[in-house]
Write a protein that binds this ligand. Structure first.
Ligand code: 16G
Length: 169
């Protein structure tokens, strides 16, 4: 099913060939030193996360088998993480004890705009969710990003627009 999603690019790029000096891969523990957190701060508040905290969180995510698929794009010349997105797989009793995907923490470094990398990382996650057998994939985003996600196949379901609800602590 990856081919189906990868046909949507012009000029043609794909997970295997994302562009010159770019690599799509899972997050690894060395990415603390490749600017992963600095990249995330282009999305929202990251705060102060020490190397130890990063490694601990990385390890606990990994212990949750088949749950966190943190995917990054690395600029292999600069050794810098310039794009990221996460698939979280939630276990359900519903839908024949199915699994539901959530797209989280999508961010592409501002200076890498115009290379279809946002689209690439989102469709990578969507293809992965389908491949793993998720019965759907959901997301929350800022209003200004609705057209972007619509263009990638996300839709408001009947009676469901504008009803993402939150309690902040
Ligand atoms: C966006 C993100 C979400 C992230 C949140 C952080 C996507 C599709 N959505 O909603 O994953 O956790 O922003 O914002 O990337 P917050 O600081 O308000 O929680």
């Amino acid at each position: 099913n990856f081919t189906k999603y990868m046909s949507k690019f012009n000029p043609r790029i794909s997970i295997m060939n994302p562009g010159d000096n770019l690599l799509v891969r899972p997050l690894n523990s060395g990415d603390y030193d490749r600017g992963f957190l600095k990249l995330l701060s282009q999305l929202t508040k990251v705060g102060h996360v020490t190397r130890e905290q990063f490694h601990e969180r990385f390890a606990t995510m990994k212990e949750c088998k088949n749950t966190y698929f943190v995917t990054v794009i690395e600029d292999t010349l600069l050794h810098e993480v310039i794009g990221a997105a996460t698939l979280v797989v939630e276990q359900k009793f519903l839908h024949d004890a199915g699994i539901r995907g959530q797209l989280e923490d999508v961010v592409v470094n501002n200076t890498y705009r115009g290379k279809q990398l946002g689209k690439l990382i989102v469709l990578t996650i969507v293809a992965l969710a389908e491949h793993l057998g998720c019965y759907k994939i959901v997301l929350n985003c800022k209003d200004k990003l609705i057209p972007f996600y619509k263009s990638l196949g996300y839709a408001f379901e009947p009676g469901q627009s504008n009803n993402a609800m939150t309690i902040r602590f």
